[in-house]
Design a protein around this ligand. Structure first.
Ligand code: SF4
Ligand code: SF4
Length: 352
């Protein structure tokens, strides 16, 4: 057993099977929601959060950590330690004590907020009014507005996936998300605004769904967000806030991406366990189901988080603009569109 495995077993709470369980860790963060008398509720048709643990096993497969070299163990610990610490810090924003004094932000403040995020490593930022349908079942959020941002993952490292280098790059992406969201949340609160960072892993809402609604990009057939700058080499996080005059965009110029997907389907062919559907299946919540998560999870867990679909996607290596310039359109493509409505109401309910 390597030191890194021992460390993970110490810092990540154990699941039913006695091994470290990300779902148990996230459930601990979710408990912070009990500090609120009222939350924005999910819609009846909202989907549950996708579990990380293998159903029935209640824990993570730690075998890959046992095979790391000492150098790999040290380098991953240097990322996972700050990631878990920062996620823990994010959860502390939910202690239920903050009382906002401001509700509308000036353009100057928004510029300062964005500059802070970009300086800390954010790649792109947009804004959204969160539909209840994007809130996971049995969760809730303190405010209905959200800042959505991305971080990029290094192309060279990701192109080695599935590999230790790609796994470390993904972990670094999550660490950056957690660090940046905490930094932005502190700035928001210092200026009187409510700010609740989403957890970098897991979370209370469907981040891809919100990112497409915000206009950051479009969800590809592999279920990942595709953006002009990063292709699918990105991670997403949110900050829930009470700012009512966020510069929310209503049009998304990237939806042609799915017309391209209907012709491409490379991720579907390359997935080693055939986990990606031939075309997305509309869900009752307005989103799309692209992947059979049960089929993906085992290979994902045993192969450094896989990411083959991410790196094989032409948007990740050829680039968005090149594809857009050559693409002549696909009038026969099935049309899926995440719509901003329905937002059922602003009624607030107690968390169950
Ligand atoms: S690999 Fe092709 S089908 Fe899959 S998400 Fe990328 S562009 Fe779409
Ligand atoms: S992560 Fe790997 S196993 Fe999962 S859907 Fe993508 S290619 Fe398939």
């Amino acid at each position: 057993m390597t030191i890194v495995k021992q460390v993970f077993e110490r810092i990540i709470p154990k699941g039913r099977a006695g091994s470290p369980s990300l779902d148990t860790m996230l459930a601990k963060f979710d408990k912070e929601l009990e500090n609120f008398a009222a939350l924005i509720p999910p819609a009846p048709e909202s989907k549950p959060r996708t579990p990380f643990d293998t159903p029935g096993e209640g824990g993570a497969d730690m075998s890959r950590f046992a095979n790391m070299t000492p150098t790999q163990a040290l380098s991953v610990l240097g990322i996972m330690g700050p990631l878990l610490w920062n996620m823990n810090q994010s959860s502390k924003f939910y202690d239920g004590t903050f009382k906002p004094t401001q509700y509308e932000a000036t353009p100057q403040f928004m510029a300062e907020l964005e500059a802070t995020a970009y300086k800390a490593g954010a790649k792109d930022i947009k804004y959204v009014r969160v539909p209840n349908t994007a809130i996971f079942q049995e969760k809730g959020i303190p405010h209905q507005y959200a800042i959505v941002f991305t971080v990029e993952m290094d192309k060279d490292n990701m192109e080695t996936a599935p590999s230790f280098e790609a796994f470390r790059e993904v972990a670094k992406g999550y660490k950056n998300l957690a660090t940046i969201s905490n930094k932005m949340s502190r700035l928001l609160r210092q200026n009187g605004f409510a700010a609740y960072p989403g957890t970098a892993l897991g979370g209370l809402t469907d981040y891809c769904y919100l990112a497409e609604l915000a206009g950051l990009g479009a969800i590809g057939y592999h279920g990942l967000l595709i953006t002009p700058d990063e292709g699918a080499r990105l991670r997403i996080n949110t900050i829930y806030t009470n700012i009512t005059n966020l510069p929310i965009e209503t049009e998304n110029e990237h939806l042609w991406v799915r017309d391209f997907c209907a012709m491409c389907k490379k991720c579907i062919r390359k997935c080693p366990v055939d986990a990606i559907f031939d075309q997305p299946v509309p869900r009752g919540d307005g989103g799309m189901q692209c992947i059979d998560h049960d089929s993906c999870r085992e290979y994902f867990n045993k192969n450094y988080g896989c990411a083959i679909c991410l790196v094989e996607c032409p948007f990740s290596h050829m680039g968005y603009e090149k594809i857009k310039a050559r693409f002549k359109g696909n009038p026969n493509a099935p049309q899926f569109r995440i719509l901003p409505e329905p937002i059922i109401d602003l009624a607030q309910i107690e968390v169950v």
